[in-house]
Design a protein around this ligand. Sequence first.
Ligand SMILES: [Fe+2]
Ligand SMILES: [Fe+2]
Length: 247
Amino acid sequence: MKPTLRHILKLKKEYSHLPFFDFLRDETLSARQRLEFYPCMSPFIMSFGDLNRYVMRQEPTSDPYQAMVNEHSYEDDHHWPWYLEDFIKLGFSSEKTSPTEHLQFFYSDRTAVNRLLSYKLAHLIYNSSSIVRLAIIEAIEETGNVLFELIGKLAEKIEAEMGIELRYCGEFHFRKESGHAMTKNHTIMAKIEMDDQTRAEAIEKVNLVFAWFTEWTEELLAYAKENLNHSLEPVAQRISMSSVYSF
Ligand SMILES: [Fe+2]
Ligand SMILES: [Fe+2]
């Protein structure tokens, strides 16, 4: 799997230069402003537990690669409660927003790419052998690594400035991620033999993962910019917008 892993790292490097990540690095904005995209990723983050639990995991298994997939799925299926915890800490949970309005947002056009990302990944994983699943998971993890490294820095700033510990965005989550079977066992993964056909399939699917996550970052960036622009608008205009967007 070594060439596939090398390919993933090459794509990761390109991915880390996307405009959304430059936005997260933009020192002219406060850490909190740069986290303005946070609610937009809720549909994907909330379904990521399901992807691990119900799509990646297949039990029982006698397949050693599926066993690796299963092990990974147990490590990554329960991180969303920390996402909700930070959602509240960052002030996105407003009593002025009704549950119906939350659902409207969750299923709105503004978060469509987020929802579709989960469906597309589910389709890709269901239709892949265990060995290809390992490559897909590795690609997903590397996209996550780019995001968490950057928002981890923002979490540090927020903790220093406001004394708020963000467990999803910050060190707490990042430490669990770097302890993954996937990353810890890169050497084991590199040694997995793949025939030419399987490697071609893995590379094709890894390319799709990065392309879909690229679209995902575009939605997050558009959402953040739109919200930041609204917050600069005159108050009267903002009040009329808030009846449309509660987030
Ligand atoms: Fe993860
Ligand atoms: Fe995670």
